[in-house]
Design a binder for this molecule. Structure first.
Ligand code: NAD
Length: 279
């Protein structure tokens, strides 16, 4: 069944741009929003530029929407002063906007990095406790916690997608396990909007890769069957990166290089100190 209207936040970003061409299959009207301008849109699309830290604007945007696909935010590790508005206030405003409007189902772009400090030798169910590898990932844990609260208290349904590595093709050896294609991601969103009941659920957003650290058994009710696989790029990626140190934390842990990132504000402070020293 086609929905009447869905809202896509973060529409100018890499996922938003890749998913937009599919969304007309899900709804008659697709409302796009981003803080960045978008000049082109199709007849079934409308675009409203907005900073989603503004709750009143977000409430207006969510009006009359059957679903909100929330991609907006900072997608990598960053300073706390940037993460706080984009990822914390942004996701709080998302749930308040949906609560104010009463009925939209939420698809929340979480990340695999909420589990980054689990070793690759451990296969993870969806319901194991978070072990975020960055402040960025901790903001996504907060988003998933809000999803839980707003479901239990206000009945709002969410699918949190712990997106692996959304790329045209896998770019390094880690992505042989974490890669997810646009087609598989769209198929997942389609299932999330089609099932009669979603509750508050989470799923690892990963293609049918031969190597995998994640078990989506708890999300089997979605009926999602990813079709793509990173395997065809294995030889090329091993040729590009022939040696890996098994004692390297970036190889031991699922989060890869994210587990070794410094505190972003220490880094900022270090960079500032370096610049000042150079003067
Ligand atoms: N790309 C991946 O592989 C990947 C992996 C895991 C999770 N994710 C999550 O998926 C989402 C989309 O990722 P992406 O790669 O497309 O990121 P992106 O940076 O390309 O897109 C995010 C968009 O959000 C917008 N935005 C940021 N702050 C905003 C604000 N205050 N108000 C309105 N718009 C704002 C940006 O302008 C940008 O266009 C993110 O939430 C990210 O954390 C992505």
């Amino acid at each position: 069944m086609k929905h009447n209207r869905i809202l896509l936040t973060g529409a100018a970003g890499s996922l938003g741009t890749a998913l937009r061409p599919y969304l007309g299959q899900l709804a008659e009207h697709v409302r796009l929003t981003d803080i960045k301008p978008l000049t082109d849109h199709e007849t079934h699309e409308e675009f409203v530029a907005a900073d989603l830290t503004d709750l009143d604007l977000f409430i207006e945007l969510a009006r009359d929407c059957d679903a909100v696909i929330h991609l907006s935010g900072i997608p990598v590790e960053d300073s706390w002063s940037r993460l706080l508005p984009a990822n914390i206030t942004g996701v709080y405003n998302l749930y308040e906007a949906v609560r104010a409007n009463g009925r939209a189902r939420v698809i929340y772009a979480s990340t695999n990095h909420v589990m980054g400090f689990y070793p690759r030798t451990q296969r993870l169910q969806v319901s194991v406790p978070f072990r975020p590898d960055t402040l960025y990932a901790a903001t996504k844990c907060f988003g998933e916690s809000l999803a839980s609260l707003y479901h239990d208290k206000f009945g709002i349904e969410t699918l949190s997608i712990r997106i692996g590595s959304f790329r045209a093709a896998p770019e390094d050896r880690r992505m042989l396990a974490t890669w997810v294609s646009a087609a598989d991601t769209f198929a997942l969103i389609e299932r999330a909007l089609a099932v009669p009941s979603l509750g508050n659920s989470a799923v690892y957003g990963v293609s049918a890769n031969a190597e995998s650290w994640w078990d989506n058994g708890e999300a089997a009710f979605l009926g999602w069957a990813p079709r793509d696989s990173a395997e065809q790029w294995r030889e090329e990626l091993f040729a590009r990166e022939p040696v890996q140190d098994p004692c390297d934390r970036a190889v031991i842990y699922q989060g890869g290089s994210y587990v070794g990132f410094p505190h972003p504000d220490d880094k900022e402070a270090a960079v500032v100190a370096e610049i000042e020293e150079g003067r």
